[in-house]
Write a protein that binds this ligand. Structure first.
Ligand SMILES: Cc1cc2nc3c(=O)[nH]c(=O)nc-3n(C[C@H](O)[C@H](O)[C@H](O)COP(=O)(O)OP(=O)(O)OC[C@H]3O[C@@H](n4cnc5c(N)ncnc54)[C@H](O)[C@@H]3O)c2cc1C
Length: 378
């Protein structure tokens, strides 16, 4: 209904890439971490990292429907670590540079990010500030043509491999939202340290790091837009981030259900294949129904974005629904696999570990509920 032949041709090329360049390596990358410079170089050459971005900077200049196709197909990756790393590059660390950055920042950072020559990360969360972004303590103080950065960030995806960070820091002591700046921070500056790669329950193919900034001198031209408006820019950037998880979640739910149905067809219990049990079939039908609702909400959001309408309410609802559904389906499908589902050799066990983050990262379920209730006026 929404996709024509050109979209489908694009879908086929992303699918081919996932089948050939990503899925065969997933087991290894779960042990070692995905090599992002290598992967992004290949994706950049195919134009996958700048779907919506201006051709002037190497982007494809396409619309949100093409972005949706990319995100849907990336959702077929066998595990969510690599899709997360890719979405950081396309939807989490670069949208604010594109929307509010100077020509210099677009040429120096957006262009190589689109080409896959630079790996990016988004650095907002701190040890004492996650859901409450306003509470961040990292400071950027202007001095002699530089901003001197001090503080720390944690849980930063792509953090050990990134060439630059899109980083939120406090710039003034005011207590309003207009007291923060958003910066592009190259990771080769003196005073920047990757403290450690964090050991996670899931997303094991993706690296997540704790970062320290000790008198890091960030050139003034690396400020994105106005030095007091970073919080606002980041809130807008979060909309791209939260949307990015929706299309791939729909795909992952479909894939989990499909691999579970295959198993239920062949697993004989009490003399009959498990798929004959009505209680299991009805549970699957319920998930498929809710996933269809998530898919249609996702397409509704794409229509709203295409028309230039504010979709904060709908994106928050989609993120909430996706986080809840994907975890429920992963847990429920593992249950249907029985003991086999608890074995690491069975892919569903990876989804079980990986999907749990969906209700936490990028704004937890409770934060989505806060946004929705505020917009609803209660
Ligand atoms: C694997 C992984 C990757 C990540 N990648 C990045 C990244 O690349 N960049 C980045 O900046 N951050 C990243 N994060 C951080 C992530 O966005 C935060 O973990 C998330 O926002 C939650 O913050 P917190 O962990 O500090 O939890 P807290 O804010 O301490 O919240 C703890 C719990 O309290 C709940 N809670 C909070 N407020 C309320 C409320 N008002 N009412 C009721 N309950 C509430 C939360 O929902 C949560 O369940 C990542 C995290 C993980 C685990």
């Amino acid at each position: 209904m929404y996709f024509d032949e050109t979209h489908e041709a694009f879908r086929a090329s992303v699918k081919k890439f996932v089948d050939k360049e990503i899925n065969p390596h997933m087991d290894e990358w779960e042990e070692t971490t995905v090599p992002l410079h290598d992967l992004f170089k290949k994706m950049g050459a195919l134009g996958f990292l700048g779907i919506r971005y201006d051709p002037k900077y190497g982007g494809q200049g396409l619309d949100y429907w093409y972005e949706t196709v990319l995100l849907e197909e990336i959702g077929h990756v066998h595990g969510m670590g690599v899709p997360t790393a890719i979405a950081v590059q396309t939807n989490m660390a670069t949208p604010a540079i594109e929307a509010f950055g100077s020509e210099y920042l677009k040429e120096t950072y957006l262009r190589p990010a689109i080409a896959g020559d630079m790996v990016s990360a988004i650095a907002v969360t701190e040890p004492d500030a996650g859901s409450d972004v306003f509470a961040i303590k990292t400071r950027a103080v202007k001095k002699n043509g530089h901003y001197v950065l001090n503080g720390s960030k944690t849980y930063i995806t792509n953090g050990t491999q990134a060439d630059f960070l899109t980083l939120l820091a406090r710039t003034t002591d005011g207590d309003g939202y207009h007291s923060f700046g958003l910066f592009v921070v190259p990771t080769d500056l003196d005073g920047f340290h990757v403290n450690k790669k964090l050991d996670k329950v899931g997303l094991r193919s993706s690296d997540t790091a704790e970062l320290f900034f000790d008198d890091v001198r960030v050139p003034a031209e690396n400020l994105i837009g106005d030095e007091h408006e970073g919080f606002i820019y980041q809130m807008r950037q979060f909309q791209h981030e939260r949307f990015a998880v929706l299309p791939g979640s729909v795909t992952a739910v479909q894939d989990m259900i499909s691999m579970t149905v295959d198993y239920l067809r062949q697993r004989v219990v009490f003399g009959k294949p498990l798929i004959t049990k009505q209680v299991l079939r009805h549970r699957l039908a319920g998930w498929i129904t809710r996933n269809e609702a998530l898919k249609q909400l996702t397409y509704h959001i794409v229509r709203m974005k295409t028309e230039g309408r504010d979709a904060t309410r709908e994106v928050s609802m989609g993120k909430l629904l996706a986080g809840q559904l994907i975890s429920e389906v992963a847990t429920g499908c593992l249950q249907m696999f029985g003991g086999m589902g608890f074995m690491n050799e069975t892919l569903i066990s990876r989804y079980f570990r990986d999907t749990r983050i969906m209700s936490i990262g990028g704004g937890a379920d409770e934060v989505m509920c806060e946004i929705i209730s505020r917009i609803e006026g209660f």
